[in-house]
Design a protein around this ligand. Structure first.
Ligand code: ADP
Length: 398
């Protein structure tokens, strides 16, 4: 059984083709600069990487190129497109309708179009990716896997903002949560690593990448998460501010004569590690500058680490305990410095890491807890694409 996973961005299209019997990635790649030129990098397993500049006016051309490469004698990995049993689409937002992964038919596309106003960045490209697949692979089941679904069991008092209730009923303003596929994957892996049933575990998962979020998982169910109406809420990230006093927004609009769009741009793209350090959104660069004594780089890292720590603490309170703390994504998997800063002085909760294990854990699953620590602290590489493929299998044609 073969599953193609598609992640369509506004000018990009990422893909991975899985053989689900062996969990092997047969090929993966990335189309970039769609609509403004175009490049492709295609990596078939056991064959040379293929990279080229190509004209990719729309997602349709990008997908045609990908499908052509997947079956080509030189770069391909399957004989024909019919060998692909289903396509799984990464969809950031499933609104209130999608509480689980689902087949994407015309009605589903119509629904996704209705929620574009609350998902303006990721909605349109995801719909383009789905439409392209439907046009080019019309007999193949298309499955949507939604980042928000993992949070569909969150209770109302954790999703409704304390603003006039009509903003929820009329404008759909509530907390939705994101990165759910990653949190779902690593929490399940954590249970596997601990040899326990996830139903018996209280886990806090920290997805720390360019975008970052923390989730409290009780018995396999997400009960709270740091991102909200948009991915802007929660901890400070590479370029996002995370939660700030909302009054700052009208204040700087008036003080600096800025429009709402300009402030949104500042909070989304010019804040976080980049905004405070003035150096970079990439924590590798900020960490290097901090080591050399740069005050603003040190400050940026401390603000991020403290934001993470506060969420862990509040989730331990909401969970009424914790069995495992998990770090994942670019920073979570690779930065021993950030993990160490976050876990410092959490021994009251039973969280104690072994610095030797921590510094040698990079990009692979590892238990970095001190021997005998009450709470297991784990590094687990995320694999959202594989999780999407696993969900998609359930909808494969027989
Ligand atoms: P995305 O959210 O785009 O999927 P990733 O999960 O790939 O992002 O995370 C990317 C980030 O991970 C980079 O911007 C960088 O800050 C961080 N990162 C990657 N490797 C390291 C490292 N060795 N040390 C510190 N940070 C790292």
């Amino acid at each position: 059984m073969k599953v193609l996973v598609i992640n369509a961005g506004s000018s990009s299209l990422k893909y991975q083709l899985f053989d689900m019997e062996t969990a092997e990635v047969l090929a993966k790649g990335l189309c970039e600069r769609i609509g403004a030129g175009g490049t492709i990098t295609h990596k078939p397993a056991n064959k040379d990487v293929y990279s080229a500049e190509v004209d990719l006016p729309t997602h349709d051309e990008a997908l045609s190129l990908v499908l052509g490469l997947l079956v080509s004698p030189e770069h391909g990995v399957v004989e024909n497109i019919e060998e692909i049993d289903a396509v799984g689409h990464r969809i950031a937002h499933g609104g209130e309708k999608y509480k689980a992964s689902s087949l994407i038919d015309d009605e589903a596309i119509e629904y996704l179009e209705t929620i574009v106003p609350i998902n303006p960045l990721h909605g349109p490209p995801a719909i383009k990716g789905i439409r392209a697949c439907k046009r080019l692979m019309d007999k193949t089941p298309q499955v949507g896997v939604f980042d928000t679904s993992f949070y569909s069991s969150m209770e109302d008092f954790r999703t409704i903002y304390a603003i006039p209730y009509e903003f929820y009923t009329e404008n759909k303003i509530r907390r939705y949560g994101f990165h759910g596929t990653s949190h779902r994957y690593v929490s399940a892996k954590a249970a596997e690593m601990l040899g326990k049933d996830i139903k018996d575990l209280k886990i806090v998962t920290c997805h720390l990448g360019n975008g970052s979020s923390i989730t409290a998982v009780d018995g396999g169910i997400a009960i709270d998460t740091s991102m909200g109406f948009t991915p802007q809420e929660g901890i400070p990230m590479g370029t996002r501010s995370g939660t700030i006093d909302p009054t700052v927004v009208p204040y700087i609009m008036k003080a600096k004569n800025l429009t709402a769009d300009q402030v949104e741009d500042i909070l989304n793209k010019k804040s976080g590690l980049l905004g405070v350090s003035g150096i970079s959104n990439d924590s590798r660069n900020v960490e290097a500058a901090a080591k050399e004594g740069n005050y603003r780089a040190q400050l940026a890292l401390k603000i991020v680490a403290n934001g993470i720590k506060k969420h862990i603490g509040s989730y331990i309170a909401e969970l009424n305990g914790i069995d495992a703390l998990v770090f994942t994504a670019g920073i979570g998997e690779n930065s021993a410095t950030m993990r160490s800063m976050v876990c410092e002085n959490l021994d009251f909760f039973g969280i104690k890491i072994d610095e030797d294990k921590n510094s040698s854990a990079r990009g692979k699953a590892a238990d970095i807890s001190e021997n005998g620590a009450k709470v297991k602290t784990l590094v687990i590489p995320t694999n959202e694409e594989y999780m999407i493929a696993l969900d998609t299998v359930k909808f494969c044609k027989e």
